[in-house]
Design a protein around this ligand. Structure first.
Ligand SMILES: [Cu+2]
Length: 498
């Protein structure tokens, strides 16, 4: 609203000035053409002087007024080790170009005033002046050389890549329309291989699961980094050009499809420390939500951010991610909590290439799961509840032959039966509804028998075991989906004596 009123008044003032001009023009017409021309020139050249004064003052006043909102000035100091170098470069460039800008503006408008058309005045004619040519060639050349050389020097120091001996964290950012896929290495500290041909619904950046380094990589929703540690960011794009921009860290690098780029930087202020810097400035002591005076102050809700600085399409604005810089100990705790993408999204699914392998980390967690289920079944009150699933016993397709990875779960069972000598159990086989009921019943009976045979071969008395094939008569879930069918094919343990 205020803006509208200001704009309207400016337009009105302009119209009034034009009208006054017309009136005096008409008056001059009565006095004679030549005199009129001279008066017009005088008036217009005076307007030019007024314009340049208002314009330059406007530049300076707005510069002073908005200083604390500009990167590199006021509280918006760099939050990375190399940021100061870039800021100085910008300031030196701004200093030289600023002088040139002000001087040329003043001269441009002053000359328009001084050499306005006047009766009897004529332009000086001169064809060439060596001294002038030298001055306006050498001075800019010198200034440009200083700027370019110091710029190259800064570029080389900022863009120096890391060697393997250095201690750093490598993360990866893949831009797409419209967002970022972020990837961190797991405890092994290394990012796994990827290939765009492998991209699918369950594999958003095409990680190659054959490469074991991929299995612990995780995909966080925000960038979290420790203060004071070198970070190397691998930057790529999946579709069009994007740009990885961390304004507060003075990091900005194109994300190009098919051409990985990188950036190395060291955050040197935590988010909390940066908030404390902002706190000292009145600009950041206003409510974060202008409509709600009760809302938190700007400095309190401040977050570093990752933005896309390439106009990459209509949803471009949504490519924002929060960047959180924390103390190293907090970073380590955060990193430990992050679930591996493979183990939470791919493991055991159709595209898992490691179906017939059990990883070290799983052996422990599966045993814990078995023990918890067994304890629950032992403690249950009614016979119907004294059942536990043997989730990790699998068979070869259509056969009663135990898959080799079943041995881990079976050995847990053997151990439990040996520890609890009074335990008597029924091993129940279940199938989905594929095929006819009679053969399903037979298969489930054979599978239950295979499990019992294994237990006996490990020294469990056959008298403590009973087997039963249920076929497809007791489904846990629908048989209409693959997922449901997979749930229905199972082996269960029922406690019949303890
Ligand atoms: Cu983008």
């Amino acid at each position: 609203m205020t803006f509208l009123i200001v704009a309207l008044s400016l337009i009105l003032i302009t119209i009034i000035a034009i009208q006054i001009g017309k009136v005096s023009e008409l008056a001059a017409k009565i006095r004679g053409e030549e005199e009129m021309q001279e008066a017009t020139n005088r008036r217009q050249s005076a307007y030019m002087i007024v314009f340049v004064v208002v314009f330059l003052l406007g530049c300076i006043i707005s510069g002073v007024f908005y200083k604390n909102y500009m990167l590199g000035f006021g509280p918006l100091e760099p939050a990375s080790a190399h940021g100061g170098t870039l800021d100085n470069l910008f300031k030196v460039t701004l200093f030289f170009t600023g002088i040139v800008f002000v001087v040329t503006q003043i001269l441009l408008f002053y000359f328009a005033y001084k050499y306005r058309g006047r009766k009897g005045s004529k332009a000086t004619y001169f064809a060439h002046d060596n001294r002038l040519e030298l001055i306006w060639t050498i001075v800019p050349a010198l200034v440009m050389t200083i700027l370019v050389v110091s710029g190259l020097d800064a570029w080389n120091s900022v863009m120096a890549d890391l060697t393997d001996e250095e201690d750093y964290i490598e993360i990866e950012a893949t831009g797409f329309q419209f967002g970022w896929n972020l990837r961190y290495p797991g405890p092994d500290g290394q990012l796994g291989e990827k290939n765009f041909r492998l991209i699918s619904g369950s594999n958003p950046i095409g990680q190659n699961w054959q490469d074991l380094k991929n299995l612990d990589d995780f995909h966080p929703g925000e960038i979290v980094l420790p203060k004071g540690k070198k970070v190397r960011v691998r930057i790529t794009a999946q579709d069009v050009l994007h740009n990885f921009y961390l304004p507060h860290f003075r990091v900005k690098m194109d994300a190009v499809p098919g051409m990985p780029t990188y950036f190395v930087f060291t955050p040197d202020k935590t988010t909390e420390e940066y908030r404390q810097i902002l706190r000292d400035y009145p600009e950041y002591n206003v409510p974060a939500d202008p409509k709600d005076p009760e809302s938190k102050l700007l400095w309190e809700v401040f977050d570093f951010e990752l933005a896309c600085a390439e106009l990459c399409g209509r949803g471009h604005y949504s490519m924002r991610r929060v960047v959180r810089i924390v103390e190293p100990s907090e970073f380590e705790a955060w990193q430990k909590e992050q679930p591996s993408y493979y183990f939470s999204n791919v493991r055991g699914k159709a595209d898992d290439p490691w179906k017939d392998r059990v990883f070290d980390a799983e052996i422990g967690s599966r045993k814990a799961e078995f023990t918890a289920n067994l304890d629950k079944a032992l403690a249950a009150a009614t016979p119907e509840e004294k059942v536990l699933p043997l989730n990790y016993i699998t068979f070869e397709t259509g056969s009663a032959k135990l898959a080799s990875i079943s041995s881990y779960e079976l050995d847990n069972l053997v151990e439990a039966l040996k520890a609890k000598g009074a335990l008597q159990v029924e091993i129940g086989g279940h199938t989905d509804n594929t095929g006819d009921a009679a053969s399903n019943l037979q298969l489930s009976q054979q599978r239950a028998q295979s499990v019992a045979d294994y237990l006996v071969s490990k020294g469990i008395a056959a008298a403590r075991l009973r087997t039963k094939g249920y076929g497809d008569t007791q489904p846990l879930d629908t048989n209409d989906t693959e997922e449901g069918k997979a749930k229905n094919r199972r082996t269960e343990l029922r406690i019949i004596g303890q």
